[in-house]
Write a protein that binds this ligand. Sequence first.
Ligand code: HMG
Ligand code: MG
Length: 298
Amino acid sequence: PLPHRVKIVEVAPRDGLQNEKAFIDTAIKVELVDRLAAAGFQNVEAASFVSPRWVPQMADGAEVMARITRRPGTLYSALTPNLKGFEAARAAGVDEVVIFSAASEAFAQKNINCSIAESIARFEPVAQAAREAGIRLRGSISCALGCPYQGEVPASAAVDVARRFLALGCDEIDVADTIGVATPAKVRAVMDAVTQSVDPARIAAHFHDTYGQAVANIVAALETGITIVHSSVAGLGGCPYARGATGNVATEDVLYLLRGLDIDTGVDLDAVVDTGQWISAHLDRKSASRAGNALAAK
Ligand code: HMG
Ligand code: MG
């Protein structure tokens, strides 16, 4: 059975833009976040408080947060790899901080420069500080469905990190297909395994669309009881530490899918299509959203 309602976490301002080579003006980032909030998303991933040496594109997170128009009903999230990032996110008024590790040791080393176990130890003070500050905590598991360095990743590896995130007090946990290699059978196996340890209501599907499987994978995830889906307007994105991986599944494609399945999201598809065309024009490229381009051409 499919759910009647799905929460979409719109990640374009962070996952979508972090990999852009040319620095994007803060004003454009601010407008993107504001347009997305206005389209009705309950949750927008707006910034990243990571090392600017590692991801220079995200260096203006504090300014983005300061300049956006906060929409009541929208939660603004940001990535925080350590206590330094957490303090900056808190000062910027972020509603939810995201800690992130991986189901693959090799990817953890490349992305956050430490082992999975070390990352969990590093997140402990972040989790405690978030609790004390009353800030929501989310944990993201990269390469939960496949790794660019290691290849196949066993479901047990994702389950192990999910349990550790739960123990840290995460309100929500993302199962991420960082490089977009999964197919529905793999999604079913991993989601079934993870939801034995974690309430499916807390699990999010964070899928990239490299192999064109993301929409099918989302249906598979929804069938296992998942009700939170991440997507990026115009299919923007890619991880700097996952060479060749494309952006997240396009939000327009997800909204079109869910509308067809009669699943409510509270998001205005037309507004998202407009935003997808606007940001693509700004980045001087065609939108990667099939549904977005088809709807815009109507
Ligand atoms: P490190 O070099 O091992 O740590 O990086 P460090 O403590 O030695 O710090 C290096 C420098 O960065 C120092 O500056 C720190 O002060 C500074 P220096 O003294 O050399 O001038 N620094 C910071 N500055 C600002 N904010 C901070 C911060 N932390 C340190 N928070 C570290 C370790 C974790 C910091 C680094 O590896 C890092 O920032 N990694 C982030 C990588 C990243 O953002 N990747 C993309 C996001 S994850 C993703 O896209 C996957 C996801 O979408 C899910 C999926 O699809 O899989 C979430
Ligand atoms: Mg991602």
